[in-house]
Design a protein around this ligand. Structure first.
Ligand SMILES: Cc1ncc(COP(=O)(O)O)c(C=O)c1O
Length: 431
């Protein structure tokens, strides 16, 4: 899907220079064929390979009406983490039973919205939330399917900021017996909630399966304990997401089967030994589905040489459209789309236009003599770029264009200056 023809970068059959001209820069691009190829891998290595499985797209990676429609059409479920994400899904009539709601501080309004739309599952993140859900269900005379997100206490080989499964985490119910088991008992006994089982998410951008396997061992112990204590067999287990992708040459991502196969094998033999039916198994990938399917285009403006130290090539976007390098030192690579096969002879740092020294998109990348007016393309920007976009320095959020087999279509209009200040009010005494 990423090709170079006549020294020009093409993405899913589209000439990126033409796209930059037509839609302007900065610009988010998504290749539908690349998204579909990832969904196909999930289908062949997980959904079609193992019975009684589901995959829920973690919408936080990139949630738009388009993604909801595509995910629905492809038969996946959807994981939302806020009223806004749920609203997006409701607006396009995403099937309620295929929605699950994660998050460590769902508000009463968000829980009510979820119950009113009758979504498939709420993933309970703490005991306080369990009590709120039971209360709300009683008031509304309704019921809800629940999973408990646990904190399995395993470390993962990723940046500390995107590690979520270790013990000291804001996410999930701790394993302490006097916290977890009374909550499980309450959920099993309650007439208002239907306890299905356990969920974990151990971290993101993982290239090895040790955290998933370690966390599964924790869940297996819980399955056994819950059976002994409450004579209850869990019906569902959710392994979260976290499957890594390729950002730079250093990344060597593993296929989905590398994560899933050992888990399924262990779970199957454990259930056989215990004489229980294997629970349904769910995964929740976000980055894996959209990360490599997105690229971003920028126009290079100022070039600043500091002799003997560094050359900065500044782009017309930055931490407002991709905050990840500034937030947790995420690394990317890219090329000059109009000099795509020229020899890279100059080391530069690509800096954003925001008033913040950490607004450096790529430190030290070799490029073919970058000049003002060049179009710079950054790869693997599809996850957590657009969805974390912000208006720092009152910079508008760029538009999003979908490309497929040489055709392009706008799926999110770019923000303009008027959009950005449309909700601002002047107080009476200054009018
Ligand atoms: C509960 C949960 N599920 C799924 C995901 C998706 O993770 P990834 O995009 O790494 O697959 C996250 C990410 O933070 C998460 O917190």
């Amino acid at each position: 899907m990423i090709e170079i023809k006549n020294n020009i970068l093409y993405f899913d059959g589209c000439n990126t220079l033409d796209l930059a001209k037509e839609y302007g820069t900065p610009l988010y691009l998504y290749s539908e064929n690349l998204i579909l190829s990832k969904l196909n891998e999930i289908k062949s290595s997980f959904l079609n390979k193992y019975d009684n499985t589901r995959a829920a797209y973690a919408g936080k990676a990139f949630l738009t009406k388009y993604m909801c429609k595509l995910i629905e059409k492809e038969g996946l479920s959807l994981d939302v983490v806020s009223g806004g994400e749920l609203y997006t899904a409701i607006e396009v009539d995403f099937p309620a039973e295929r929605i699950e709601f994660n998050g460590n501080n769902k508000s009463i309004e968000e829980l009510e919205m979820a119950l009113d739309y009758n979504i498939g599952r709420i993933i309970v993140d703490n005991v306080y939330e369990l009590e709120r859900i039971i209360e709300l269900c009683r008031e509304k005379n309704t019921t809800s399917n629940l999973l408990f997100r646990i904190t399995p206490g395993v470390m993962s080989d990723t940046h500390d900021y995107i590690t979520t499964g270790k013990k000291d985490s804001k996410f999930g119910i701790p394993l302490d017996e006097d916290i977890l088991f009374p909550a499980v008992k309450k959920a099993i006994k309650s007439e208002y909630v239907n306890f299905l089982g356990f969920h974990f998410h151990v971290g993101s951008q993982l290239h090895n399966n040790l955290s998933h396997v370690g966390a599964l061992d924790v869940v297996l112990k819980l399955i056994e304990k819950v059976k002994i204590l409450f004579d209850f067999n869990i019906k569902e287990f959710n392994m979260g997401g976290g499957f890594g992708i390729k950002y730079t040459e250093e990344d060597d991502p593993m296929p989905i089967s590398y994560f899933v196969d050992p888990l399924m094998k262990r779970l199957d033999s454990f259930c056989q030994n215990l004489g229980i039916v294997r629970p349904s198994v769910v995964m929740e990938p976000g980055r894996f589905i959209v990360g490599e399917a997105g690229i971003q285009l920028y126009t290079i403006g100022s070039i600043k040489e500091i002799p003997g130290i560094r050359t900065y090539a500044s782009i017309d976007g930055g931490m407002t459209d991709n905050i990840r390098p500034g937030l947790y030192q995420a690394e990317y690579t890219g090329l000059i789309a109009n000099k795509a096969s020229d020899k890279s002879n100059k080391t530069v740092s690509i800096s954003g236009k925001c008033c913040e020294s950490t607004d450096i998109l790529i430190k030290n990348i070799k490029l073919p003599n970058p000049e003002s007016g060049d179009i710079f393309a950054v790869f693997s920007t599809g996850a957590y770029g657009y969805s974390m976009a912000n208006n720092y320095n009152k910079i508008p959020i760029p538009g999003v264009v979908l490309v497929k087999n040489g055709k392009s279509e706008l799926i999110v209009k770019p923000q303009n200056y008027a959009d950005m200040i449309s909700r601002e009010l002047i107080p009476k005494h200054l009018r």
